[in-house]
Write a protein that binds this ligand. Structure first.
Ligand SMILES: NC(=O)c1ccc[n+]([C@@H]2O[C@H](COP(=O)([O-])OP(=O)(O)OC[C@H]3O[C@@H](n4cnc5c(N)ncnc54)[C@H](OP(=O)(O)O)[C@@H]3O)[C@@H](O)[C@H]2O)c1
Length: 240
């Protein structure tokens, strides 16, 4: 049975950031979250026009977009992320939920960002996300902060738009075999965070249900290496 959200969910005490809401099932995540009356919902966008369209989409579906704001941020630009974070700390100062949903999928090509990093690595490399989320769960365990890795299921979206036609042809076949709706993908991603069930921090959820991730996630040597390299990259770019 697919997971379902409680329609009475109340987010009036929650400040939320959701990345990647300008396309794909992130739009549905934003619409659903906006309908739960958040204290503030901030939706970072790298493309202003898509950000404005998103706000219109939320207004037309919910009747209003109260407490929803579009802020500029490009994840492929470290300075842009730092500017976003500084503005957020100065103007808002409290955060209850962060959904790192933005992502791209690139096959068989290496594209460098202006920071000279590989584009998918800088934006969202997926297995690394799971490793980092688990390691972070240990680091913040005494601060009443929990982390989860969330797989939405397979959804038709814009995720492969940078790949070749042939690669997208095979991706399309795969999607057709397992496809769920965008609404269900959004629900699957929101469910582990919004449902009142007891959940263990650092865990991996597939379509809303806890699953064992790839074994590599338990490899302490890999985890330490990834964490140290990531930290060094940020130091080299004078971000921390
Ligand atoms: N679709 C699936 O079957 C599936 C399966 C497993 C995991 N996922 C993950 O789910 C997440 C959402 O994917 P989707 O399928 O909804 O993809 P999508 O339709 O391509 O949407 C991706 C979103 O990420 C944003 N984004 C990409 N690069 C960015 C950057 N440099 N800075 C800021 N925002 C950026 C996009 O912004 P623009 O609108 O500006 O392009 C868009 O809002 C991704 O992390 C993906 O890896 C998807």
């Amino acid at each position: 049975m697919p997971v379902k959200l409680d329609n009475n969910c109340d987010l009036s005490r929650h400040v939320i950031i959701l990345t990647g809401a300008t396309d794909g099932f992130g739009k549905d995540m934003a619409r659903i979250l906006a309908g739960f009356n958040p204290k503030k919902l901030i939706l970072p966008a790298r493309n202003k026009e898509k950000g404005n369209n998103l706000l219109e989409y939320i207004k037309s579906s919910n009747g209003h977009a109260n407490n929803v704001e579009i802020w500029e941020m490009d994840l492929a630009d470290l300075q842009s992320v730092k500017n976003f974070a500084n503005k957020f700390i100065n103007e808002i100062g409290e955060l209850h939920i962060l959904f790192n949903n933005a992502g791209i999928m690139i096959n068989n090509q290496v594209i460098k960002t202006k920071d000279n990093l590989e584009l998918q690595f800088q934006t969202d490399t997926k297995l690394m996300n799971v490793i980092v989320a688990k390691e972070l769960s240990h680091i913040v365990q005494n601060e009443n902060i929990t982390t989860y890795s969330l797989h939405p299921g397979v959804i038709q979206s814009n995720i492969g738009h940078m790949n070749s036609g042939i690669s997208n042809f095979f991706l399309g076949l795969f999607v057709k075999m397992y496809e769920i709706t965008s609404e269900q993908g959004a629900t699957n991603t929101l469910y582990p965070v919004l449902s009142p069930d007891n959940k263990e921090t650092g865990k991996y959820y597939h379509e809303g249900i806890e699953r064992e991730p790839n074994k590599i996630v338990d490899d302490q040597e890999v985890t330490k290496k990834l964490w140290d390299i990531s930290e060094q990259i940020l130091k080299d770019h004078e971000m921390i």
